[in-house]
Design a protein around this ligand. Structure first.
Ligand code: 28G
Length: 658
């Protein structure tokens, strides 16, 4: 492409086709289409679209930085809502335009548009996509625009209104330095009367530019009157981030814990003038918080460069896993590897193509391979250079993998059961063994205890059903209410044996039903509610010896490497005496609930065969009447009575060691 202004032959990255040449002039048009259909050019007229004007100015200024012509960008938001962006680059050329000798190049740039089918609802495909629309679109959608160019010891100024020049290009002598400054006030006719740039949003956009180009200086200024609480945006700030994205990552990680004490960061020059830059760390969170950019333009919808990053990271970590003998590593997917990842990827290439609704997805197919290759190599290196960090990362990522596989298996086992024409409740984590022989269903209260129990169980024969909230007080509820209680309906469904006269022991899906509640007063209450439910609805299940109470510990006593667990206060005192000889210095911790215990603790103390104690629930024949009566007493409206009952009855259920 010919350089019309006699400068060095240089294409502005990201603007390959937006730059015009004599051959293009026939397709240049006026700005009416932009005013008629703003949405076709900036993707709407809402607040996001309004900020697209600010992005366009910043991107143009940034282009001067990227080609090495500018080193500083100033962003100024004035009290009247006017935004000024200034760079110390070459200054937009002001000499007469070769094809329109009566107009300056500056005026042509500000008042003409590539037609290329960008408007009128047809093709909307240019190199820069939305971002290539240039200064003329900003001009068309501004109530007032002022441009100032400093070149060769002169300052040139021109004003526009809704895209039309309202003054000539006026030259004044003096002015130090060079560059371009553009001030705009968005058109209320387009964006609505209340539309205004948001300080916080423009501030973030400006700061991002500084991160994306290590070394550029970004100065921010904003009229303090525009900054309304609780907005924390500073009124003035200057940014220089020599380490670019790595500085950005350090900022992101403030106040967070990172699994990777050193970040995975780097910068690589590509042949042909482009470059790849990245900075990534991993946190214990599940979400991925990666942002990506192409030519310093945000690609919120990702695209081909992000795909390359994902595959490069995944291949390298898998290879490391296999190398260190981890047989599960082959199963890793990009989602496993990326979960918890935080940071950014920035790519600079010659002719970016942006696609998607808001042109925020990079579409260049070659970008995937490019990024994949670079990232894979560097990540390989990084992992083998810090094997301890690499192992921590691999461990955490493998945990995600196991979680994912567990969920899938659960889905599939639910599916299998569905095929057997048994509808099972979604909250049931079933065991994998077919048929009831030797299987156990643990009933727990709440998702947190449910989570611990699911990790603690032996999944081949132990199932877990977590019941949410206090189970309906069945003793005082009527039949209808009882049937409509979701938790109890789930429970009945999971058991498969039917209730009352339809009860059939043959259809019971588990060998043992184990009530496992917290070792405290609330836990006792829930256990009592469940006992009542079983007594009323499935007495046969109790009679044939299928119902049990788990005995989770309430205390953990440790001293000198010795750890024992205690069920209640009396048990604690006994163990203090018998195990530790009342010596003192024993560390006593009290569990607030099952959900608070480590899965391994729960397994060893309460769920594991041969280590646990279960209590079998029985109804002594002679006591049946009395029990029936007791149930009424227990489940009446007086809570003190209920608890008294549970505490006095507990020792009466027969102990059975398993
Ligand atoms: C303040 C708000 C945003 C800008 C420049 C500098 C040049 C330029 C801008 O040229 C026409 C087409 C491709 C060369 C380029 C000056 C070369 C030599 C420029 C900005 C001519 C546009 N001298 N600075 N446009 N190109 N800053 N800041 O917009 O061939 S726009």
């Amino acid at each position: 492409m010919a350089d019309l202004f006699g400068g060095p032959e240089r294409r502005r990255p990201g603007r390959g086709k937006a730059a015009y040449s004599a051959a293009d002039i026939e397709v240049l048009e006026g700005l009416e289409p932009v005013r008629r259909r703003p949405g076709m050019f900036i993707g709407g007229t809402d607040e996001r679209a309004l900020h697209q004007l600010a992005a366009e100015l910043l991107d143009n200024a940034m282009d001067e930085v990227v080609v090495g012509a500018a080193s500083r960008i100033e962003v100024d938001l004035a009290g009247d809502g006017t935004l000024t962006v200034r760079d110390n680059g070459r200054g937009i050329p002001v000499d007469p335009h070769p094809k329109f000798p009566r107009r300056s190049a500056l005026e042509v740039i500000l008042t003409t548009l590539h037609s290329g089918g960008k408007f009128g609802g047809t093709v909307y495909q240019t190199s820069g996509g939305l971002h290539g629309v240039g200064l003329s679109v900003v001009n068309a959608l501004s109530e007032a625009l002022r441009v100032e160019v400093a070149r060769e010891d002169r300052v040139w100024t021109q004003r526009y209104r809704r895209g039309q020049p309202i003054t000539k290009l006026i030259a004044a002598n003096g002015g130090n330095g060079r560059g371009t400054a553009v001030s705009v006030r968005p058109d209320a006719e387009v964006f609505g009367p209340d539309a205004a740039f948001r300080p916080a949003r423009v501030f973030r956009m400006a700061r991002a530019k500084a991160y994306l180009h290590g070394g550029v200086e970004v100065r921010w200024r904003c009229d303090p009157a525009l900054i309304k609480a609780p907005d924390q945006t500073p009124a003035e700030a200057t940014f220089v981030f020599p380490d670019g994205l790595d500085d950005y990552l350090r900022e992101l990680l403030k106040g967070r814990e990172s699994l990777t004490p050193t970040s995975f960061a780097g910068r690589v020059a590509l042949s042909g003038g482009g470059r790849i830059e990245w900075a990534i760390a991993w946190t214990a969170d599940e979400e991925t918080a990666l942002s990506s950019y192409c030519n310093a333009i945000p690609t919120a919808e990702g695209g081909t460069h992000e795909a390359g990053l994902r595959s490069g990271l995944t291949k390298a970590l898998k290879a490391f896993g296999e190398l260190t003998g981890n047989r599960r590593a082959v199963l890793l997917t990009a989602d496993d590897v990326l979960s918890g990842a935080i940071g950014a990827l920035s790519l600079f290439i010659r002719e970016p193509q942006f696609a998607g609704q808001t042109k925020e997805r990079l579409a260049n197919p070659e970008a995937t391979k490019l990024v994949d290759g670079v990232i894979r190599d560097h990540f390989d290196h990084w992992l083998s250079g810090a094997p301890e960090v690499a192992n921590t990362l691999l461990g955490s990522v493998l945990e995600r993998l196991e979680e994912r596989l567990r969920r899938r298996e659960e889905r599939e086992s639910r599916h299998k059961s569905a095929v057997r024409k048994v509808r099972l409740p979604g909250k049931l984590a079933d065991c994998s063994r077919d048929g009831p022989e030797g299987t156990e269903l643990f009933l727990v209260e709440g998702d947190s205890a449910g989570g611990s129990a699911k990790q603690a169980r032996e999944r081949s024969f132990q199932a877990v059903l977590s019941l949410r909230g206090k189970i309906l007080n069945v003793a005082s509820a009527g039949q209808d209410k009882l049937r409509s209680n979701q938790e109890l309906a789930d429970l009945t469904q999971a058991l498969g044996c039917g209730v009352r006269e339809r009860f059939s022991e043959r259809d019971l899906r588990y060998d043992k039903i184990v009530i496992m509640t917290d070792a405290d007063v609330d836990g006792a209450h829930i256990a009592a509610l469940l006992l009542t439910f079983f007594y009323r609805e499935m007495p046969g299940l109790i009679r044939s010896g299928h119902l049990y109470l788990a005995q989770p510990p309430l205390y953990r006593l440790s001293h000198g490497g010795r750890i024992v667990y205690a069920r209640d206060d009396a048990d604690r005192d006994r163990q203090m005496r018998e195990v530790f000889g009342d010596k003192g210095g024993v560390d006593v911790s009290r569990f607030k609930g099952l959900g608070e215990m480590m899965p391994a603790q729960l397994r060893e103390t309460t769920m594991r065969l041969g280590h646990r104690t279960l209590l079998r629930v029985e109804i002594a024949a002679a006591e049946q009447d009395e029990t029936g009566q007791a149930v009424e007493r227990l489940m009446g409206r007086n809570p003190e009575l209920r608890l008294a009952f549970i505490q006095e009855r507990a020792p009466e259920v027969s102990d059975l060691d398993i």
